[in-house]
Design a binder for this molecule. Structure first.
Ligand code: ATP
Ligand code: MG
Length: 549
């Protein structure tokens, strides 16, 4: 099999994300090749050190200062030089597993795949030229075996890079999924921690958030440890890591929490006794640190550059999602408070109406009755020769009577006792009948299944029908008015339609002396219902209201 390093490199770079995972030992290297490779390895173990030196010199020229110790180590570990002894004895699988491990490290160390391939290619070139010089007689068989080996190495490298990128994409996707599926802050934090711990193989983790009232960082979610230990991760409890990250806004990694120099960052003995490495990144929104995510490892675990980048990117996304979820939660809480306040206000209003109607009835009503009685007594005691006085007293008595009946109407409107006595449908029927007397048009009233409503919606519906129907009678000049009241799917609905003159809603809402429509909208909103008013000059009016019950 003739392999050209350059072509292979190009193909592999292009296909980096597409190449399927291969069982290298079995698929690429057959038994015959493995045999040849073993024989070549025996010969090559002698020349490996000088090839290694050549390769390092080349890398120094190619990368200059850019290649630090961990990267150089990982690149070196992928070359077969150190492994010839073992390869000679057949440890090929072990070697390729080692290549895979170091290739994953290279990916996490953020070495471009092209650079890693170029470095391997360089080693291959150096090795073959040495081989040709020193073992010319076996050159052909050695060359072919090594080509196969390097092909396998490059495939392994490709596969390892793919695994790392795949893991990153999966982690990011999982975090997005967490955000889409979770609306409550605490649930979101828990799920994000799970995803992070899974991605980075952390043994435990904690998220601390800044409390808006106390401004302290308090632990809000944790995994893999007790609540007591989790509290040690907040800024208050001696773990300087959260405090440090929140003040600098920069990530921090403690590789060995037990080391003397780590004391400043990990003051808590509980943390030091339980974990070895700690990683932490800030959660920032608009340049302000709102919290810190910390991962803990029982064994020593370095955070490689690519891992830190992923950790930071996930934290960045999470910070926004947490902020959004917190705002939503606050909004819901505020809405709930307003709703409760509204409910309370409505109760107070009804209470006040009842109190006023009682006072009217007991005080003003009684006094008016007395006035009427007195007037009747005076009237009956008047002499016949006092016609003028008699007429005045008669007029006063009539005024007292109309005032009494007007007051009765007022009392009943203020506190519809009929509602408690007869229920909603009968009360509405009575109201519509009374007011309808002054309305020349046709009235249709349909009600179904609204007998058994809770007290709140019941009085509310009564008031809404009152206002809608009064408006139609007062303003619409309609020929037909229809009111439908029904219960459906957990709500009570009211629809009022008239074919009258209609009106401009925006203009009507601006009227300073009109409160009916605005009051209806407010009441419906407070009960978490919906109201829709459709009207226009000459188009009649439609009002639809639904209130949850
Ligand atoms: N069904 C209707 N047909 C025609 N115009 C209407 C109708 N309902 C309301 N309007 C118009 O909208 C205006 C505002 O109505 P709204 O109920 O807010 O106040 P109002 O009835 O004038 O006074 P009140 O505060 O006593 O209710 C009315 O003045 C009227 O011009
Ligand atoms: Mg009105």
């Amino acid at each position: 099999m003739e392999l050209n390093g350059c072509i292979l490199t190009v193909v592999m770079l292009r296909d980096l994300e597409r190449t399927p995972i291969l069982s290298l030992d079995g698929v690429v290297l057959g038994r015959k090749v493995q045999g040849r490779l073993r024989r070549a390895a025996v010969r090559l173990s002698g020349v490996a050190p000088s090839v290694d030196q050549k390769w390092r010199r080349h890398l120094g020229r190619a990368f200059g200062e850019g290649l630090d110790e961990p990267r150089l180590k990982a690149l070196g570990a992928m070359n077969p030089g150190d492994w010839f002894q073992r390869l000679a004895k057949g440890g090929l699988t072990e070697y390729l597993e080692n290549v895979e491990y170091h290739a994953r490290r290279l990916a996490k160390l953020d070495v471009a795949p092209g650079a890693a391939l170029a470095s391997i290619g360089e080693y291959e070139k150096a090795l073959k030229s040495q081989l040709k010089q020193e073992f010319a007689s076996d050159w052909e068989s050695d060359e072919s075996a090594l080509s196969h080996l390097f092909f396998a190495v490059k495939l392994t490298l490709n596969d390892a890079y793919y695994q790392v990128r795949d893991l990153e994409a999966t982690a990011f996707f999982a975090v997005l999924q967490d955000q889409l599926e979770t609306l409550r802050v605490d649930d979101l934090l828990k799920r994000v921690l799970e995803t992070l711990a899974r991605t980075f193989r952390a043994d435990a983790g904690a998220i601390v958030l800044r409390d808006s009232e106390s401004d302290k960082l308090e632990v809000r979610a944790w995994r893999g440890m007790s609540a007591k230990l989790a509290r040690c991760f907040s800024s208050e409890k001696k773990c300087g890591l959260a405090a440090d990250i929140s003040s600098t806004g920069k990530p921090r990694v403690v590789v060995d929490a037990g080391a003397e120099e780590a004391r400043g960052l990990v003051g808590s003995a509980e943390i030091r006794n339980s974990f070895c490495s700690l990683w932490g990144v800030p959660l920032s929104v608009g340049g302000k640190v709102t919290g810190v995510v910390q991962l803990a490892f029982e064994r020593e675990y370095l955070c490689l550059p690519r891992e830190m980048k992923l950790f930071e990117a996930i934290a960045e996304r999470c910070a926004l999602a947490i902020d959004k979820a917190q705002l939503l939660e606050e909004l819901h809480e505020r809405e709930e408070r307003i709703r409760r306040l509204g409910e309370h206000m409505m109760k107070v209003e009804e209470e006040e109406r009842r109190r006023i109607s009682r006072e009217l009835h007991d005080e003003v009503g009684q006094s008016l009755l007395v006035v009427r009685l007195y007037l009747e007594t005076v009237q009956s005691n008047l002499r016949e020769d006092q016609p003028e006085v008699k007429a005045k007293v008669e007029a006063a008595r009539t005024i007292a009577e109309t005032t009494i009946s007007e007051m009765r109407r007022l009392i009943s409107a203020l506190s519809p006792s009929v509602l408690a006595d007869l229920g909603l449908p009968a009360s509405i029927r009575q109201f519509v009948k009374n007011l309808g007397r002054t309305f020349p048009g046709e009235i249709q009233l349909n009600m179904s299944d609204v007998e058994e409503l809770p007290a709140g919606p019941k009085i509310m519906m009564y008031r809404l029908v009152q206002e809608c129907f009064s408006n139609a009678v007062k303003h619409s000049s309609a020929n037909n008015v229809r009111v439908d009241l029904m219960r459906s799917n957990g709500s009570v609905e009211m629809r009022m339609r008239d074919d009258g003159v209609g009106f401009d809603l925006a203009e009507a809402l601006r009227k300073r002396e009109s409160f009916g429509l605005a009051g209806m909208r407010e009441r419906v909103a407070l009960l978490g219902g919906d109201i829709d008013i459709q009207s226009g000059p000459g188009k009649g009016t439609k009002v639809s209201i639904a209130i949850p019950v």
